[in-house]
Design a protein around this ligand. Structure first.
Ligand code: FAD
Length: 398
């Protein structure tokens, strides 16, 4: 197994770097580097730039607007994107729904929805989780009852990320309450402007409104918005989750934030010397660096297997666990490195152009919110405990 990049792949890396140099607006990379709040318009602006180059949906087939990249090219692109402090692509349309429609949607659905994901006409959100149906997702209770040409949907979704911006939501709904729980689920595309939908914000521990509750009362959804077959939604849901988990690992993000941590640890002093030279702190940093190097190799190993015709299975769970543990440890160490400067958590400091009193190094005000916000990583996309169950089952053959 050869894990080094070929000359062609190195040339591709240069092409990607040049693109970020020329096309990534400095305003956006500064917001990302400083951990500031990105608005809907910022994310849309970056999507449009990527789409113009044909690089937005970089894992879609060329027929539907993808660039035809190999898995290794995608890995290079994602890493370079993080190192350039580019905004992350909002995953719900491009990374989650897109692959499901391409594999399971009808031709009409592909023609209707895929171009609208690319050109930003529709902002999608994910309606999987419900109160009482997170880890036990197949226990979901939102119902869809067919009446003529429509399904009538009743129930509630929760933790709906960025649902406050969404035009559309893809939902798992129960269409057969009498079937075994995994077998009575369908995958529906629902217009967020439909009468009977109410979105209520949930405020997170960092004070941000990133997630929502979405309530459905007698919402009518055209039958044409059913993806694939009725009661087969669980198959499509699982397919989507493998994509979601591999994306959450975020190796490039960890590399970029670890570089920043090293700078901060050099800058901050403890007992008259750089924090980076403090044996206890240095040991924790070394642990992260080793884990990150291992993680990169594992990621490449999985990609090499995929390039050779294999499919990621439990490996996506492994990447999700390790990747998120590393990201959380980096934000924890960064907060510690800033010490008391990270203590006054000022929500306004997340706004672009915030010009508050200078109480410490440039991005110290972001260390606490970033630490708090990143606790979510081990919960969403299927909690890390659930990923360990998946790995155990794969090993024990259960
Ligand atoms: C910030 C954030 C954004 C999210 N965005 C979305 C979104 O956009 N769309 C969406 O549909 N969902 C979203 N989610 C929901 C997410 O997928 C769920 O929170 C997650 O699946 C866990 O479910 P739960 O919250 O119901 O916790 P529970 O399932 O109640 O779990 C509680 C605890 O028990 C543990 N546990 C449960 N069952 C087992 C078991 N069998 N073995 C071992 N441990 C177990 C879990 O690991 C966890 O620690 C988001 C969540 C967060 C925090």
């Amino acid at each position: 197994m050869d894990l080094s990049f070929t000359p062609e792949e190195e040339a591709f890396r240069e092409e990607v770097r040049a693109f970020f140099r020329d096309k990534l607006p400095a305003r956006l990379s500064t917001l990302v580097r400083e951990g500031k709040r990105l608005r809907k318009s910022d994310m849309e602006e970056w999507h449009a730039i990527l789409n113009e180059r044909g690089w937005l949906a970089n894992h879609w087939p060329e027929q539907w607007g993808g660039p035809g990249w190999s898995v290794i090219q995608r890995f290079i692109f994602d890493n370079e994107s993080a190192l350039a402090h580019a905004p992350r692509v909002v995953p719900f349309g491009v990374n989650m729904l897109g692959p499901v429609l391409i594999k399971y949607g009808s031709e009409e659905q592909k023609k209707q929805w895929l171009p609208r994901i690319l050109d930003g006409s529709d902002w999608w959100c994910q309606g999987y989780s419900e109160p009482g149906a997170g880890s036990d997702l197949a226990g979901l209770k939102t119902t869809a009852v067919r009446k003529g040409d429509v399904y009538v949907v009743n129930g509630q979704k929760t933790w709906t990320t960025l649902g406050q911006h969404a035009d559309m939501i893809f939902c798992l709904v129960r269409t057969d309450p009498t079937a075994k729980k995994q077998e009575g689920i369908s995958f529906l595309l629902i217009d967020m402007k439909s009468p009977g939908i109410e979105v209520r914000p949930i405020t997170l521990i960092d004070g941000e409104q990133e997630v929502n509750e979405v309530f459905f009362t007698d919402v009518e959804v055209p039958v044409a918005n059913l993806v694939g077959e009725e009661n087969m939604g669980w198959t499509y849901a699982k397919y989507l989750l493998t994509y979601e988990r591999t994306n959450i690992a975020g190796v490039g993000f960890s590399i970029a934030s670890f570089e920043r941590l090293k700078e901060v640890a050099q800058m901050q002093k403890k007992g008259g010397r750089a924090l980076a030279d403090d044996p206890l702190f240095a040991a924790r940093m070394a642990r992260v660096e080793i884990d990150l190097a291992n993680m990169q190799t594992t990621n490449l190993r999985v990609l090499a297997a995929v390039a050779g015709g294999g499919a990621p299975g439990a490996e996506s769970s492994m990447l999700k666990i390790k990747g998120t543990e590393i990201r959380q440890e980096i934000t924890s160490l960064t907060r510690r490195a800033y010490g008391s400067y990270a203590a006054p958590y000022i929500p306004e400091a997340l706004e672009a152009g915030w010009n508050g009193e200078d109480v410490g190094p440039e991005d110290a005000a972001m260390a606490a919110p970033s630490y708090f916000n990143n606790r979510k990583l081990s919960i969403f996309g299927g909690s890390n405990e659930i990923q360990k169950n998946i790995i155990s089952k794969a090993i024990l053959g259960l």
